[in-house]
Design a protein around this ligand. Structure first.
Ligand code: NAP
Length: 286
């Protein structure tokens, strides 16, 4: 079984970003990360995004507010960042605390700064196969990983376990645009094993440790594991029981070290695309 390594894909994206930056005037494209509260998962994602983007030669500002911020105050702060001409891209860490309306932010965010594809305009572009917008970074990271390892998609049977707006659904659209035959599974899927066994490419994005095991996949299948979970030993793991895939899957991504590393690289790529578009350069396609 070939282990598909996120770091290798990230290194390729870094080269693309570096090349695009050569033709851009300073200042460096600038990302604003918006965090409300002290959720450890958000802090960890923020830390890895800051590290990756800085390595890539990009600038990052972190904006942090207390979890009990009033909705009006948050909206005021958000709008000032949304309108700030010095900020090229925005990453809003979610979910937001209950008193804040995510939908309001989704509708207000400038689509040209919406690096994680949360606005209805960017979602519609993903749905219609228009590459000028931004797909959610994780969904696109799966596509980048397949592209970097030259894994063909056209005509292949792809099963995606998970139908969230952040991963499963947009990924299904990106796969369809690349001419895959797509099956989407969720908690009401009657026979998950049958759907998984049917897949030539299986993407697990359920958030459930050990959901996918070797006996659920076809010989030679490619398993892309998006899940991030903590197992009973307190260790980070994906949705697939990685060791059980060996000898059955032809390729698989590990967790950690797989899709996650590519997600922050895609965020960097999106930031350069946003800055190029906003500054009137030719737009590198995401
Ligand atoms: P989510 O919003 O909780 O959605 C999970 C989806 O999986 C839902 O559609 C759910 O079905 C489905 N599901 C859950 N358990 C299932 C089961 N036993 N059988 C079949 N379907 C099942 O999660 P998400 O935001 O999409 O994230 C999914 C995973 O990816 C999480 O582990 C998350 O941490 C990880 N993630 C990773 C990255 C990265 O960069 N690597 C980025 C984002 C998220 P229903 O719709 O029926 O509830």
């Amino acid at each position: 079984m070939i282990v598909l390594k996120g770091a290798e894909v990230s290194a390729k994206i870094k080269e693309e970003v570096r090349a695009a930056l050569l033709s851009m005037k300073s200042p460096a494209p600038t990302l604003a990360i918006l965090r409300v509260g002290e959720n450890p998962d958000d802090i960890s994602y923020e830390r890895s995004a800051v590290k990756k983007l800085t390595e890539f030669g990009l600038a990052v500002q972190s904006h942090v507010w207390p979890a009990d911020i009033e909705p009006e105050a948050f909206l005021r702060e958000f709008e000032s960042i949304n309108r700030d001409p010095g900020i090229d891209g925005i990453l809003l860490l979610r979910p937001l605390p209950k008193q804040l309306q995510e939908q309001e932010i989704e509708h207000r965010i400038d689509p040209l700064k919406d690096l994680d594809g949360i606005s209805p305009i960017n979602m519609a572009k993903v749905f219609s196969g228009d590459p000028s917008g931004f797909a959610p970074c994780t969904a696109e990271a799966v596509m980048e990983l397949l592209k970097a390892y030259e894994i063909p998609i056209v005509g292949r049977r792809v099963t995606i376990v998970g139908r969230s707006l952040v991963v499963g659904r947009p990924l299904a659209m990106l796969m369809l645009t690349k001419h895959a035959t797509v099956t989407i599974c969720h908690t009401r899927t009657a026979d998950l094993t049958a759907a998984c066994k049917n897949a030539e490419i299986l993407v697990a994005a359920a958030g459930s440790a050990n959901l996918i095991t070797g006996d659920m996949i076809s010989p030679g299948a490619i398993v892309i594991d998006v899940g991030i979970n903590v197992n009973t030993d307190g260790k980070l793991c994906g949705d697939a029981a990685f060791d059980t895939l060996n000898g059955i899957a032809s390729m698989a991504t590990p967790v950690p070290g797989g899709v996650g590393a590519v997600t922050t690289a895609v965020l960097a790529k999106h930031l350069v695309k946003a800055a190029s578009t906003r500054r009137g350069h030719s737009t590198p396609r995401a």
